[in-house]
Design a protein around this ligand. Structure first.
Ligand code: ATP
Length: 248
């Protein structure tokens, strides 16, 4: 069993509840969800369509409000903060990779990666240096001046990963990051994410419905009807991660 000493804990969700209300219809998308994630973990989130995977990502990252419970990330209670403080905390501690690449079409790769750094006040020379370093890290040093429509889907997703990691976030959230890619490119993006986790200890929480992806993460949680129904530490999959096999 994993020993979760408090200094290793990065995220704690306790009794999280999320209800979507549309007119008179209420859908409970998360029900009393408890989850603890430690620094350096790579966690996959799987479950049937509608089970609450994206809602989990949106609520535990503070992108969306919750209807009950508590989420603490990097020592800060997300929903005890003002909206402005939560936004600032998110920009400082979290990076996001989505299925849609959401790159700015008129910007080059390096401009897309440096933009969030400039928005949080980094000096332009520092932001450029860090953006180039990250593009090199994701294997795109030969594409820094290319615009999104001049790159393949896999290359565009590498740019978004470079952008997500440029600010050295404590957590990277990824929602179906390989959903728009063919299986060969999807495999390469997973290789990169696994490498960033294993070599650099980057904490990653990844939503997927793809079993090939889910089989590669050291820890896999499964959802059903808004509840966490399984928490599986897959044996021997990651350096530094817990390798006990247990569920619960
Ligand atoms: N904005 C919304 N308004 C109303 N209901 C919503 C909203 N977003 C999600 N839901 C509902 O909440 C439940 C959980 O949705 P969620 O998108 O989190 O599931 P998911 O597991 O990510 O599904 P998928 O694999 O299909 O993306 C579903 O019943 C969905 O219909």
């Amino acid at each position: 069993m994993e020993t979760m000493t408090s200094d290793r804990v990065l995220l704690t969700a306790t009794g999280v509840r999320k209800i979507y209300r549309t007119g008179s219809v209420a859908v409970t998308a998360l029900l009393d969800l408890d989850l603890t994630v430690c620094h350096g973990e790579m966690v996959g989130v799987m479950g049937p369509s509608g089970s609450g995977k994206t809602t989990l990502l949106n609520c535990l990252s503070g992108l969306d409000d919750i209807d009950g419970g508590r989420v603490v990330v990097d020592g800060h209670d997300l929903f005890a903060m003002s909206d402005a403080a939560r936004t600032e905390h998110r920009a400082r501690t979290m990076g996001f990779v989505f299925q849609a690449f959401n790159l700015i079409p008129v910007f080059s790769a390096v401009e897309n990666v440096e933009l969030p750094l400039l928005l949080v006040g980094r000096r332009s020379r520092d932001a450029r240096r860090r953006a180039l370093e990250m593009l090199d890290r994701v294997g795109l040093s030969h594409r820094v001046g290319h615009r999104p429509n001049e790159m393949s889907g896999g290359e565009q997703q590498r740019v978004t990963i470079a952008r997500a990691l440029a600010g050295r976030p404590a957590i990277v959230w990824a929602d179906e990051p390989t959903g728009n890619l063919d299986s060969a490119m999807a495999g390469q993006i997973m290789d990169l994410l696994c490498e960033l986790n294993q070599d650099e200890g980057q904490t990653i929480i990844l939503v997927t419905h793809d079993f090939a992806i889910g089989s590669r993460v050291p820890r896999l949680i499964r959802m059903r009807d808004g509840r966490l129904v399984e928490d599986l530490h897959q044996r021997g999959l990651a350096a530094g991660a817990d390798t006990d096999l247990h569920s619960g």
